[in-house]
Write a protein of this length. Structure first.
Length: 202
């Protein structure tokens, strides 16, 4: 794991990778990326200041060869040509790992590619500074409100359900930081709820 990631997590750069990964996973289980609800990245260019997931050496070698071909075939803009030439000259394959750990890919931004800043500075808080209800326990009062709101109907397949057929689906799964609050719950039938599993399906 990159030392920069450990520093952003508030850890010593010498912290063992396994310990740092465990802390990172602990944090990410208590917060959801806003883009999952907003459908866009609210941080914009800020996210580009955070680390990129590691890129395998073979992939970067191939990319560097492609840049060389671009230089040979011609790049019209002189400024861009100079930037590409500098990238080619500074490229060192040893800066990239032969293999990459892909277990943290879900922490990366689907728009910019960089690791999401939320996962470095998060607390399980909302804008109102109230703790989110993290976990699978759903209070009885919340269950009743969700059932009334959804009119005893599965919100995935639209089937009307008897009281004993109702299950509660977390829109953003608990495993991905979703809360057990009313806005993140919907009525679902057994088949739809089990087939969805831990996937995020708005």
């Amino acid at each position: 794991m990159e030392p920069l990631i450990k520093i952003l997590l508030g850890l010593d750069p010498e912290t063992p990778d396994t310990e740092a990964a465990a802390e990172w996973n602990r944090r990410t289980s208590s917060v959801c990326k806003p883009c999952w609800e907003l459908k866009y990245c609210p941080y914009g260019p800020l996210i580009e200041e955070f680390p990129l997931p590691p890129i395998p050496r073979a992939e970067m070698v191939a990319h560097n060869e492609m840049l060389k071909r671009q230089l040979e075939t011609g790049i019209d803009e002189e400024d861009r040509r100079a930037r590409v030439r500098e990238m080619v000259e500074l490229f060192n394959p040893e800066d990239y790992p032969e293999e990459c750990d892909r277990s943290h890919d879900d922490k990366a931004c689907s728009v910019f590619g960089h690791y999401c800043p939320v996962f470095f500075v998060n607390e399980p808080l909302t804008e109102t500074n109230e703790l989110r209800q993290i976990g699978r326990h759903i209070p009885r009062s919340v269950m009743i409100r969700v059932v009334r709101r959804d009119n005893n109907q599965c919100q995935i397949c639209s089937r009307v359900l008897r009281d004993d057929e109702i299950e509660f689906d977390h829109v953003i799964p608990v495993s991905k930081g979703g809360s057990s609050e009313e806005h993140n719950l919907r009525v679902a039938c057994v088949d739809c709820n089990r087939s969805k599993s831990g996937r995020f399906e708005p």
